[in-house]
Every structure is written in C-alpha cells, then in structure tokens.
Design a protein around this ligand. Structure first.
Ligand SMILES: NC(=O)c1ccc[n+]([C@@H]2O[C@H](COP(=O)([O-])OP(=O)(O)OC[C@H]3O[C@@H](n4cnc5c(N)ncnc54)[C@H](O)[C@@H]3O)[C@@H](O)[C@H]2O)c1
Length: 446
C-alpha cells in the first residue's frame, strides 16, 4: 500500500476504533491507549531533531507499530545521514531528508511530528506544526520560557491538535501504581513532597575554547531565535542544557519529570502561585555552565508543599537514590523513582505497630517510553487527550522557569499572577517571561 493510501486508511479507520475504545476504560489511563490498534493503520511521522532523544522517541513509535517514518529533519547533516542510514538498515524506512523544519511541515505526507530539538527550538516548530494541521509529540520541557509555553498551549487549542508532551513517566507502571496507592488512602493525607535530583552531568561539560563550526552543521539554524554567539562544542549537542539561551539546567531538564509526579499526586494542572528559590554556582569551575550547580526551591500550595533540591556533579542522595521523590503522608512516606517504590511506615508508639503496611516494588522492565508512544498514536487516531497533555506540560515547565527566574534575578520569592501572565512584584523577573527572539525569527501570533 502506498504511504498516501495507508494514511487515508488511518484517518478513515479512526472513527471505528474510537467507538471500540470505550471497552478499554477499565485499564489505567495511560497504559490503556494503544491497545486494540489495527496493524493495517499507518500514521506517517516526521522527526525534527534526530540526534539523541528525538531518535529514541521515533524508535519507540516504530516499535509500537502502525507508524511510517516519512521525514527526518536536522541542522547537522552528519546526524541526519547517520540516522537515515540506521532507519533504512534496521527499520526498512526511507524518509525524505530535510535541513529546514519548515519544509518538513510543508510535506503533505506527514500526519504528525516528533520534536526532539533543544528546548529553545520547541516553540516555533510546534506552533507551526499545529498551524499546518499536524499532531505533535514534543519533548520536555515544553519550552524554554513561560511565554513560549503559553503560545504552544494556545496553538494546540486553536488548531485542535493532539499534543503529547514527552513526560513519559505519565505512561510508566511505577508512577501509575504510585498514584493509585497515594489516592487509595492507605497512607493517610499527603502533606508534602520532597524531590531531589543529583546528577554528575548537571555540573556541565569540560570547558573548551570556541572553535570553527563543524563541517555539515548549519550553526545559524541551530542557534535560530537564540542570540548570536561563537561556536563552542561545550554549548552544542547535548551540552546546550547548561546555558540559559537554550535550556534551564537540572531544574528544567529533570525538574519537569519529577515535579510532574508531585503535581499529579494532587491533580495540579496549572502553574503554582508562588515560588521560593535559591541557586548557587560556586564549585566545579572547570565545567562550562551558566545554569545553577545547586538549587533549593519551595512551591507552597494551599495545604501542600513541594520542595526541590538539586546538585550537579553529585551522584548520591537521600534514601540511597541519586534522584527521586518522597511523598510524605500522615501514616508513612512513599519513596519513588523510575527504578521502583517503597513505603516507609510511621511508628505508632502506643499500638507498638507500623501505622501502615510496608511495600516495595522494583521496576525491572521500564516501558514508559513505549507506552507513551503507543498512547500518542492511539490518541491521534481517536482524537483523544493524551497521557501528558499540553496543559500538564505547561504547568510544570512554567513552575521550573519560575524557580530559575526567582534564583537568577535574586528575587528569591516570586508570585505568579496567572490572569495577567506576569509576576506580581518584580520588573527583572518579568523581563525573563518572554524570550527576545533574534531576527528574522519572531514569536508567533496565535
Ligand atoms: N523525555 C526524556 O526522557 C528526555 C531525555 C533526553 C532529552 N529530552 C529532551 O529532548 C530534547 C533533545 O534533547 P537531546 O538530548 O536529544 O539533544 P541533542 O543536542 O542530543 O539533539 C538535538 C538535535 O536537534 C538538532 N537540531 C537543533 N536545532 C534544530 C532545528 N532547528 N531543526 C532541526 N534539528 C535541530 C541538533 O542538531 C541535534 O541533532 C530536549 O528538549 C531534551 O530536554 C527528553
């Protein structure tokens, strides 16, 4: 069957499958979608940003089945050619290759795009994809500034697109089980969640001098809307996450994954009203980095507190885990990360017994990324809301940007006025809400 014919079939069959999907509602949300997917259906996908995570996500979509990769786009020809060869060899796919994502978005064969570019390059491709009538799987954090997050959410709504944000823990067994257990009442009330993220890579990469642009790289296009700056390998592939113009350090990189779980436990779907944050950058001066080496952050909600701590260049942490969450409840603390979860009960001195049952679960087969891809494919077909909708991605991405902005400006405490889309008392903080796009790029009007 030609790609066009299979695409028409995919769209035609959507209504029929949507009707059948009601039978599946007994299964947990994010693990449900994807089941009952007819193998003859084909979704034509284009990938923008192919080096690392973008290609992993594409692989998961191909593994899920029912997907053709019809287009690849990257500004680094070396990455593009390598990924194209791999696709042909291992998956029998021969996509059209693009260096400019706008050309990929003009390609009528493409039904949906995966966006795996650095964070400063999420907004424009996602908004233009929505305008072009394509559905979108966009990597986390949703965007590199608060204003971009808002524009992307507005575009998804205006053009009625299915948008899955790449917070794949929403589709993971550990986290679905944790949420069910917290909500079962076994642990009593959840009052506070402590989160920590200690990662060696958070210190940055080894400093190197500026150098010439590698052959095959369109560096102007890699920078895109970010400020002009000489090429430096320590700010390029993978390492961009430690520089404000392209990323937000550990706070955004891991922050959105882990804060998402603390938000989910209380069904919080909007940015927090307040943040208190302190960031420090002393130490590991040998490493190239603008983002904070260590950060301590508090998000106070009504009757619930979330606390975040990160340490770059450190790989040990509380409960013998380098990263994780401790959900502190009246009868015990539930400690979780991607590798599993356990309950540490409180002791009842009078009854001489634990206040709740001890529990442990070890994850040996993490399928969250595969489930997340399956969920996206099924939601595109059914026109349903995916496991990590754009508003969920927006709420946590904005929270992490609030924390970075509070620490960067020295405001330390910031109050977010959601109605006005600005901070209540800080001119300096409000200047960081919108990015200053470098010409010819412009923030889109949605
Ligand atoms: N969900 C997860 O678990 C997870 C894990 C890792 C990364 N991520 C996210 O995935 C995204 C990519 O991260 P990475 O580690 O793969 O980065 P990377 O630097 O390894 O790869 C990014 C790729 O995008 C390309 N690119 C840059 N600008 C482009 C443009 N305008 N058009 C087309 N291609 C462009 C680069 O050349 C590179 O090949 C980030 O947003 C990151 O936060 C998510």
């Amino acid at each position: 069957m030609s790609k066009d014919a299979s695409r028409r079939k995919f769209i035609r069959q959507s209504a029929a499958v949507a009707a059948g999907s009601a039978l599946l509602t007994a299964l947990p949300g994010s693990l449900r979608a994807g089941a009952g997917f007819a193998p003859s259906d084909q979704l034509n996908i284009g990938l923008i940003g192919c080096r690392n995570r973008g290609f992993d996500v594409l692989r998961e979509h191909l593994a899920a089945g029912g997907v053709n990769c019809v287009a690849l786009c990257d500004v680094d020809e070396n990455v593009l050619n390598q990924r194209s060869a791999e696709l042909q060899e291992k998956h029998g796919q021969k996509p059209t290759l693009y260096k400019d994502f706008r050309k990929l978005l003009d390609d009528k064969q493409v039904d949906a795009v995966i966006i795996g570019t650095p964070d400063h390059w999420h907004c424009l491709p996602a908004v233009y994809a929505c305008e072009a009538g394509k559905d979108v799987y966009v990597e986390k954090p949703l965007a590199n500034t608060i204003a971009e997050c808002d524009l992307m959410a507005a575009a998804a709504k205006r053009y009625n697109r299915v948008v899955q944000v790449g917070q794949q823990q929403r589709s993971g067994r550990v986290w679905n089980d944790v949420m069910a257990y917290l909500k079962s009442g076994e642990l009593g009330a959840l009052r506070k969640t402590d989160i920590w993220a200690n990662f060696n890579y958070g210190a940055g990469t080894q400093k190197v001098p500026d150098s010439g642009v590698p052959a095959g790289v369109d560096y102007e296009m890699w920078l895109g809307p970010a400020p002009e700056r000489p090429f430096n390998q320590a700010r390029f592939h993978g390492s961009w996450r430690h520089f404000w113009a392209y990323g937000g350090g550990l706070m955004t990189d891991w922050g959105v994954h882990l804060l998402d779980m603390a938000f989910w436990a209380k069904e919080i779907t909007t940015p927090p009203p307040t943040v208190l944050a302190f960031g420090d950058n002393r130490g590991r001066e040998d490493m190239a980095r603008e983002t904070f080496l260590t950060m301590s952050v508090v998000f106070p909600f009504d009757g619930y507190t979330i606390q975040w701590n990160h340490n770059g260049g450190i790989q040990k942490g509380p409960f013998n885990r380098n990263y994780g969450l401790a959900f502190i409840c009246d009868k015990g603390t539930l400690v979780a990360n991607r590798e599993g979860w356990e309950v540490i009960p409180e002791w009842d001195g009078e009854a001489k017994a634990d206040k709740t049952a001890r529990k442990t679960f070890e994850e040996t087969n993490n399928q969250s990324s595969l489930n997340h891809a399956r969920n996206f494919i099924a939601c595109v077909k059914d026109r349903k809301t995916p496991a990590c909708p754009i508003e969920t991605g927006r709420a946590v991405a904005v929270a992490t940007h609030m924390a970075n902005i509070a620490a960067r400006t020295g405001a330390y405490r910031l109050d977010w006025d959601a109605a006005k889309g600005r901070f209540a008392h800080s001119k300096a903080a409000n200047q960081l809400v919108r990015p200053d796009y470098r010409s010819p790029w412009k923030l889109p009007n949605v």
